[in-house]
Design a protein around this ligand. Structure first.
Ligand code: NAD
Length: 487
């Protein structure tokens, strides 16, 4: 235009700027301003949010009876589609609210996580019936609901877990009472009420999904001991999972991880550095399946350090590592002698580094440090964008140290290698639920990888990458006397 400056800017760039503005990030500096006060909830009335456990369970119980008695499978499909549409409409809003309320993670990565669970959590179509017909008749085995499910959700993926569990559990004919993390209860109430409205607007029963307005440890106990709750699921740390396992109720536990990565002597170090930088910095490393420590076999060590710095990682020196241990960890009586300082979980690398006087651009998403295998940064599940790297002389040494670091969680691990024998040996030794070769560990839950998505990875109880099948009972129906057999 005459008399004015013009510039070439693509529609993707415009969209990226708009997304940043929605998230409150200054597009010019990429700096997130001080987090504003939480807005008051948009939804009023119950809409599935209850004050008392008994009321929530009773309402969810009635809804579940209605759901299995008066609705067809095609209704389940329609309502799951309505949930997906509702989720897509709210992705930006919920991602923004999570950052406000939990003060953890990165807005743009939360958008990606939400889209993954919305689009890639299977619905009722995964509940396939098995049939055997023979001389003695016809046998079918079907996936039947448990009934009311109690669902405990984490602060690290609050609404992402709520969306995944809602799609999976109601696809299986269940209803839900959520006991969400107290530090994410406002955004979870927003999400639950929007999903609840979507279900009702699409013709589904009210209170198919419910939650407690003030979730506490006591409400967890009350939910677990309520006889109308037939299954408890817990997504979070091992303290909560172990408490559920001791309860005597049927439970599905999705617990902590501390995923190790091996970069062996045959690996493509450029690829390894690029993927590890991407995965370990995703949402500031708060995901249970994110890369938490790297074991590099000697010939590739310098190349890996060089390449990860080229990606943008800041390499800490020894005195900076010592200073950071005092900030990020707190003394404890457990194996490593430390536990994580929750104040710094999920914070941006630039903010964490500023605490020890290191100034980096906010675009620096990850700090890395060279440490021995018994360093607390290796053994403590930090959930911060500070990644320890351990030099190993041999592949065998890397495997041994990686298994120790994983601490028997059997959650997630990965390897960068071109040696198939190495890939197989490490998989057999570490026995993790998710095992990724030559990519980010998030590929293991379908984010940049094949396969369906979940935010409830049930390692301790064995359901693995959960979907609707995981939250169902197997029921057999027999028709005797060669019934319906036509061959
Ligand atoms: P957290 O254990 O502090 O809280 C998780 C939930 O459990 C919350 O709702 C909390 O209120 C409840 N809770 C905590 N202790 C409890 C107890 N003793 N009894 C009953 N309920 C209890 O975890 P978080 O900080 O929200 O999330 C981070 C942890 O969760 C990490 O360890 C991470 O690895 C793990 N996680 C695992 C998965 C998975 O799918 N396996 C997914 C997300 C997070």
């Amino acid at each position: 235009m005459k008399g004015q400056d013009t510039m070439d800017i693509s529609s993707q760039e415009i969209e990226a700027i708009v997304r940043k503005v929605i998230a409150g990030i200054n597009p010019a500096t990429n700096v997130t301003p001080d987090i504003p006060a939480i807005k008051s909830p948009k939804y009023t009335g119950d809409n599935g949010v209850f004050e008392r456990v008994e009321e929530a369970v009773e309402a969810a119980w009635k809804a579940q009876r209605d759901w299995v008695t008066n609705y067809k499978v095609e209704d389940r499909h329609r309502i799951v589609e309505a949930i997906r549409r509702c989720g897509r409409d709210h992705v930006e809003e919920w991602s923004h609210l999570i950052v406000e309320e939990t003060q953890m993670g990165r807005y743009e990565d939360k958008v990606e996580k939400h889209l993954a669970v919305i689009n890639k959590t299977p619905g009722p179509e995964c509940l396939t019936t098995e049939a055997i017909s023979g001389d003695a008749g016809l046998m079918i085995e079907e996936y039947a609901p448990f009934g009311v499910i109690g669902s405990i959700t984490p602060t690290t993926n609050p609404t992402e877990t709520m969306i995944h569990n809602t799609i999976s559990m109601i696809s299986g004919g269940n209803s839900i009472v959520f006991n969400v993390h107290p530090r994410a209860k406002r955004v979870c109430a927003e999400c639950l009420q929007a999903l609840h409205k979507a279900i009702v607007d699409a013709g589904g029963p009210a209170n198919l999904i419910t939650m407690l307005r003030e979730p506490t440890m006591d409400t967890v106990d009350m939910l677990t001991s309520n006889p109308k709750v037939r299954l408890m699921t817990g997504t979070g740390g091992m303290g909560m999972v172990n408490a559920l396992l001791r309860s005597g109720k049927k439970c599905i536990g999705a617990g902590a991880g501390n995923p190790p990565v091996i970069v062996d002597e045959t690996a493509d170090v450029e690829l390894a550095a690029r993927k590890i930088y991407e995965g370990a910095s995703f949402d500031n490393n708060i995901l249970c399946f994110a890369e938490k420590e790297v074991f590099v076999v000697s010939p590739n060590y310098e190349g890996f350090i060089h390449n990860i710095q080229k990606q943008g990682a800041y390499l800490l020196n020894n005195s900076q590592v010592e200073a950071l241990v005092k900030i990020c960890l707190e003394p404890n009586k457990n194996q490593s002698g430390y536990e994580v300082n929750k104040k710094w979980v999920g914070k941006n690398a630039a903010l964490i580094l500023a605490q020890i006087g290191v100034q980096v651009e906010d675009s620096c998403r990850l700090a890395v440090c060279e440490v021995p295998a018994d360093h607390p940064f290796v053994l403590v599940e930090q959930m911060m964008p500070v990644l320890p790297i351990v030099r190993c002389s041999t592949f065998e040494e890397a495997m041994e140290k990686a298994v120790i670091a994983e601490q028997g969680n059997r959650h997630t691990s990965s390897i960068f290698s071109k040696d198939v024998d190495h890939m197989t040996r490490f998989a057999r030794l570490i026995e993790t639920t998710i095992y990724v070769k030559n990519s980010c560990t998030k590929a293991g839950v379908g984010i940049g990888g094949e396969g369906h998505c979940t935010m409830t990875i049930a390692g301790p109880t064995g359901e693995g990458i959960t979907n609707a099948k995981s939250f169902c009972r197997r029921r057999r129906c027999m028709l005797a006397e060669g019934g319906l057999r036509i061959i």
